[in-house]
Design a protein around this ligand. Structure first.
Ligand code: FE2
Length: 210
């Protein structure tokens, strides 16, 4: 929805920050209630070979995880995501947050020392997310890139963090992040000796008729 106001409603003699990107975060201390290391290992060792997308090194499963009973019970994670997707939509002023949503791919990332994910997005789906299962110290942060074109002067000389170019987050195990699929993001290299493990997914809002 476009914002339309009269010029005399604008803050006078002050800067208005025009646009924003909605990022949602929710932390749980009960990772194992949603995803277990056995589920990760089962997928990695018995179900899907590693694929190559944005990952440089490490293991990235097929996006078909959870679509068959033999993949284990991913329903608790999906219910967790759906609960928070509804809150996220509601908080962002969605007029109909009680929409139907459908998972559009769920995959596992296991990144060892030196492995990372190049900047990318997930266009073609509505929303994307990441759930962190295991995050050793110094195993690499998540970053989001400002969507619009960069202005070098504002970015580097004006100390305004909201003008990017990057918003960097050091995650913890149990963090869930939700964001619009077109938002470009990536992951810094894992500098620890242990694996960083996350589950990524896309969500589509279905049943809309424009
Ligand atoms: Fe991604």
């Amino acid at each position: 929805m476009a914002r339309e106001i009269q010029s005399n409603e604008l803050p006078q003699g002050e800067t208005l920050h025009l646009f924003a990107d909605p990022l949602y975060c929710y932390h749980t201390d009960h990772v194992e209630d949603l995803v277990t290391l056995d589920m990760i290992e089962n997928t990695r060792k018995h179900l899907f070979k590693s694929q190559q997308f944005s990952n440089v090194g490490g293991y990235q499963s097929s996006h078909l995880v959870g679509q068959d009973d033999k993949h284990g019970d991913w329903s608790k994670l999906y219910a967790h995501v759906e609960e928070h997707m509804r809150k996220y939509l509601e908080q962002n002023g969605c007029r109909y947050p009680d929409v139907k949503m459908k998972g559009s791919g769920l995959w596992i990332n296991v990144n060892g020392r030196g492995h990372y994910n190049k900047p990318h997005n997930h266009v073609g789906t509505s929303f994307s997310g990441i759930f962190y299962v295991q995050v050793p110290k110094h195993s690499g942060g998540l970053y989001f890139m400002r969507g619009s074109q960069q202005n070098g002067h504002i970015e580097m000389m004006c100390s305004q963090p909201e003008y990017g170019p990057l918003f960097e987050i050091m995650p913890s195990a149990g963090d869930l992040f939700l964001f619009p699929s077109e938002l470009v993001h990536g992951v810094y290299p894992n500098y620890s000796k242990s694996d960083r493990i996350s589950v990524s997914f896309n969500i589509n809002i279905v049943g809309w008729a424009y």
